[in-house]
Design a protein around this ligand. Structure first.
Ligand code: G6P
Length: 612
């Protein structure tokens, strides 16, 4: 959460920072601000609201500077306001700092500083850390770099911080632990950001800064050190990302662009890995560690949000195909309890961003206990990708809309290939089933295209139900987690209360909610549970609930029970979730739009949750 950008070089810093902040707004949009330094004058401008509001407020201001830092905030300590917006200025006014993360022991540090006579302009943990740094700098008569190093040894929590100093005309000091930082290397200039999107149009050479590293960044020089003041050689990697991938490309919103990209993102995910004709799946992350994977005593899947839903589907698939016991857990729960993790356990971590704080810390804990970590990650080079022992990227490209869509279907495609690969090596799937699933998987991009051709039908359904105050989503088997995902999507971007349930469970509570005002979405595709779910539809119909169903083309029964239905191409039940989720993504998008909600930036949310 929170996006940070920094620039030092010969260009005007403000336009670079502003554009960068717009790209990072998915990380938070409660307030934003910039600090610009020129000829010993350090100007800080900040504004509550989205980056566009900061931009407007900057008209007529002095923006001439070749060095600066900027921040877009997702509020943790202190309400969204101008006062709590970053950058923060130190007590002397000589330092400005931005921060992504949470300083957990800030209250103790603050108390010490208050005792020393400090007062604070904001409610943030960031201002506390900044004044702590300045206090050390003044007391020890040390450089800013030294003061930062000393301070960071005393703080607990997560941070990526960037600082500039009035008396230091061209240097940014940066440090990270737990929150991401990428440094782009240009000719006589450097760019710093939470991810590569603000950097990509200037340079493709980047350094991913690791935890407990500190960077001293000048136009012509990048020095990396650890907190023990030892120099580290920066490891430069080449970005494999195009500018077009992070722009809207003619669509109204990133979310709808990303929904419509799915035929090609799923194709990219399968490409070079799946060869249905030859009957093989090639995944180097799996192939190199196949013994570890097929001999796993148990697989634990750790994830959050939508990625957790992908994990639930993977549980069903892996147990079915590989006969390995699977447990799926919220990373946030796992990290704080005393879980049993043994050598020989395999942990599958699922994450779009690769930066979710809870998932990252849960993995560190599992790794300490000797587990083998297999990462299913979208963001290349991200922290979770780097902490994993092996893994497979989803190759969905940058996902910018806050509600995850194409990353989810990419996760399902990868997890399906991983399961098939293990099952094949383990001998727990028949040749016939294996081949038919490979063929089915290969056909997914085409089937998704067919579903998207009828997107307008979902728009009509969305218009009809946009004013409902609650929704119920019901599914069975592989489609039960899809029901959870459908409900989450709708909540996220339409602010309508929605619940997902296994269809059979509705009799244990949710059925009490059913009346003529409640839309109930059934994921009722043809599978072994079909007759059962048809009975559940009857039960809802008898109580006058409004049924919206996702059915298989050619189904003669479910549409007759439904007020509205949407048909998708037939698919094996293991593959079906990649298809059934698409109309639900569209439903939430169109309801959100019909209600006038900014679907790419729904209230209170952030795409990358880098705080716990
Ligand atoms: C946030 C996002 C969700 C995402 C979840 C987990 O809540 O809004 O879309 O599913 O974080 O994120 P990850 O990047 O780990 O998949």
């Amino acid at each position: 959460m929170c996006g940070i950008v920094g620039y030092t070089g010969s260009r005007q810093a403000y336009p670079v920072i502003l554009k960068g902040l717009k790209r990072l707004e998915y990380r938070g949009y409660d307030s934003s601000g910039v600090a610009l330094l020129k000829d010993g004058e350090l100007n800080v401008y900040k504004k509550k609201g989205k980056v566009a509001e900061l931009e407007e407020s900057m008209i007529g201001k002095n923006i001439d500077a070749q060095i600066g830092i900027g921040h877009t905030r997702w509020a943790t300590h202190g309400e969204p306001s101008d006062r709590n917006a970053h950058p923060h200025s130190s007590a002397s006014g000589k330092l400005a700092m931005i921060h992504n993360g949470i300083i957990e022991n800030y209250a103790l540090i603050k108390q010490d500083l208050v005792n020393k006579g400090y007062s604070f302009k904001s409610d943030t943990d960031t201002e506390v850390l900044l004044n702590f740094i300045e206090d050390i700098q003044q007391n020890n008569n040390s450089t800013l770099e030294e003061a930062v190093r000393i301070a960071l040894k005393r703080v607990t929590g997560a941070y990526c911080i960037l600082l500039i100093e009035q008396d230091n005309p061209d240097t940014i000091i940066a440090a990270r632990k737990g929150s991401p930082l990428v440094i782009g290397i240009g000719k006589g200039e450097h760019f710093l950001a939470s991810d590569a999107s603000p950097i990509i149009e200037y340079t493709k050479e980047v350094v991913y800064v690791n935890d407990y590293e500190l960077a001293i960044v000048k136009p012509d020089e990048l020095i990396l050190k650890n907190l023990g003041n030892e120099k580290i050689t920066p490891y430069i990697t080449k970005l494999d990302m195009e500018l077009a991938a992070i722009e809207k490309g003619g669509y109204d919103h990133f979310m709808i662009k990303e929904i419509f990209e799915q035929p090609s993102t799923i194709f990219d995910c399968l490409r070079g890995r799946l060869d249905a004709k030859e009957g093989v799946i090639r995944m180097s992350g799996v192939d190199k560690h196949i013994d570890q994977l097929i001999n796993a005593n148990r697989i634990m899947i750790l994830a959050c949000g939508t990625s957790w839903h992908a994990g639930l589907i993977a549980e069903y698939i892996i147990e079915e195909l590989c006969r390995i016991p699977v447990e799926v857990e919220y990373a946030s729960e796992f990290r704080y309890r005393n879980p049993i993790v043994n050598k020989g356990d395999v942990i599958i971590a699922i994450s779009q961003s690769g930066e979710t704080a809870d998932t990252l810390v849960a993995l560190e804990k599992a790794k300490e206990n000797g587990a083998f970590i297999f990462g299913v990650v979208n963001a290349v080079g991200s922290s979770i990708a780097r902490i994993s022992n092996a893994g497979a990227y989803t190759h969905a490209g940058p996902e910018i809309g806050v509600a995850s869509t194409k990353a989810f279907t990419g996760q399902l495609a990868v997890l399906m290939m991983v399961a098939l690969n293990i099952a094949k090596h383990k001998g727990t799937v028949s040749d016939e089933r294996y081949k038919s699933l490979l063929l089915e998987l290969e056909e997914v991009p085409e089937k998704v295209t067919a579903i998207l051709k009828n997107a307008e039908d979902i728009k009509i359904i969305a218009e009809k139900y946009k004013n409902a105050s609650d929704f119920l989503f019901l599914g069975r088997g592989y489609n039960f987690p899809v029901a959870l995902e459908g409900a989450l999507k709708l909540k996220e971007i339409s602010y309508i209360h929605a619940e997902g349930y296994p269809a059979a469970e509705m009799k244990h509570g949710p059925i009490a909610l059913v009346d003529e005002n409640l839309p109930v979405v059934f994921i009722a595709t043809k599978d072994v549970y079909h007759e059962k779910i048809v009975s559940n539809m009857q039960e809802i119909k008898a109580r006058k609930g409004k049924i919206i169903s996702i059915v298989t083309e050619g189904d003669m029964i479910s549409p007759g029970l439904s007020n509205d239905y949407f048909a998708i191409p037939p698919a094996d039940e293991l593959i079906a979730p990649i298809l059934t989720v698409i109309p639900l993504q569209l439903l939430s998008y169109y309801v959100g739009i019909a209600k006038g909600i900014d679907v790419d930036k729904p209230r209170n949310l952030a795409k990358s949750v880098t705080v716990e």
